[in-house]
Write a protein that binds this ligand. Structure first.
Ligand SMILES: *[C@@H]1O[C@H](CO)[C@@H](O)[C@H](O)[C@H]1NC(C)=O
Length: 383
């Protein structure tokens, strides 16, 4: 009897965890509730998943296994170009909106067939929690949050979105959103961006515990390192980026600003294993970035400074003497970053730190080499 009771209680405990979100958002999206305590739904087909994500109901959507969208919308054949060469490991660019014609007029042209489902992500409405369990994976299509608020995406992998083709699709798109939490997500083998915040303002975004896997069969650098990582260029984006593992990229991870006043707080992340000519950050004009408490290992170029690429504002806590610069606006000291077989970050602009005042600011642990183990072990859809 007693044993039975224990079995029943253990079952309930597991259910409780599986039925909802684990933990809560830190940083700018603190307080996000997603689908709240709506009765969970358990889609088993891609159609059901699309329907639950896109409808007008507050929903807790629990998924398990692989939802494979490959082929679900057929294929398309169209013109493309090869701006980076025609070697087998090179990405090709679909001539979307005449991109090849306008930007790469001298590149060799070709014809390609790609999967239509990958091009545009699944529409996600407001007040949704999408929670994966047991390694849940969405294959061949990303998600798209446009003009919505209060969404949690947790413990899901996105993979194989036309990886050979630039403009073949993004994994996660935010545009004109507020209160979005992306947590414990894995992205790999993506055509374009792993995550993109585009042109309208995305206020209060927290991206945490994610594994951005840039190891790719095809890349714009033709070397297995994906170039298109995180693209944070909306107007007035407010992004907390914490405890993420950013692996094996050759550029734009992230690209920040250029068009909007993005404020990026990057804290306790692990950047690892970049190509020898690749870079992590691109910092455009109007971008404001704090990088602290993070580990850079085998990242030769932290920020692209070539040809005027750096023209925003960054505070990177170059030494402990700078830590107290954060106290007034972030409510605590900042933490220095550490580097192994990498370049350095030495940016000391602090006038923009006042933009943190009154906001939910993520905590920072001291950067430590142990993070090279602890962050990858915890990142991605491993809950
Ligand atoms: C989201 O939920 C809030 C609180 O229940 C509600 O006021 C709002 O209308 C919902 N938004 C949408 C788009 O359904």
């Amino acid at each position: 009897m007693k044993n039975n009771l224990i079995v029943v209680l253990a079952g309930l405990a597991r259910l409780t965890v599986a039925a909802g979100v684990t933990g809560s958002a830190t940083g700018f999206a603190s307080g996000v509730t997603g689908g709240g305590d709506a009765t969970p739904v358990y889609p088993t087909t891609t159609d059901e998943l699309v329907s639950y994500l896109g409808d007008d109901e507050a929903r807790v959507i629990i998924i398990e296994g692989t939802f494979d969208f490959t082929g679900s919308e057929g294929t398309a054949t169209g013109s493309a170009c090869a701006p980076w060469g025609t070697a087998a490991a090179c990405q090709l660019a679909i001539n979307q909106d005449d991109w090849c014609t306008n930007y790469e007029p001298d590149a060799p042209t070709t014809t390609v067939t790609y999967d239509v489902a990958g091009v545009l992500g699944i529409t996600v409405g407001s007040n949704k929690s999408l929670v994966g369990t047991g390694g849940a994976t969405i294959k061949g299509k990303g998600i798209r949050m446009v003009g919505v608020t209060n969404v949690i995406i947790q413990n899901v992998a996105f993979t194989e979105i036309n990886p050979k083709y630039v403009w073949g699709g993004d994994a996660i798109t935010l545009d004109g959103t507020d209160m979005i939490w992306i947590d414990h997500v894995t992205t790999s083998e993506i055509g374009r961006q792993h995550i993109v915040l585009g042109t309208e303002a995305s206020g209060s975004v927290t991206i945490s515990n994610c594994f951005f896997d840039g190891a790719s069969t095809y890349s714009a650098t033709c070397d297995g390192y994906h170039y298109w990582g995180m693209y944070f260029t909306g107007a007035n984006d407010l992004i907390t980026f914490t405890n993420n593992y950013i692996y094996h990229f050759s550029g734009r991870s992230p690209k920040v600003g250029g068009t909007g006043n993005t404020l990026l707080h990057a804290v306790n992340n692990y950047w690892y294993d970049y190509s020898s000519t690749g870079h992590a950050f691109e910092i455009g004009s109007t971008a404001s970035v704090v990088v602290e408490g993070s580990v850079f290992q085998n990242v030769p170029i932290e920020v692209d400074t070539e040809s005027g690429m750096f023209n925003g504002q960054m505070f990177s806590v170059p030494s402990t003497g700078y830590a107290s610069e954060c106290a007034e606006s972030l409510g605590r000291d900042c933490e220095v970053n550490i580097f192994g077989s990498s370049g350095t970050l030495s940016y000391t602009t602090t006038n923009f730190l006042t933009n943190f005042a009154g906001k939910n600011v993520a905590a920072a642990a001291a950067a430590a080499s142990t993070m090279e183990t602890t962050i990858p072990a915890n990142a991605g859809n491993v809950l």
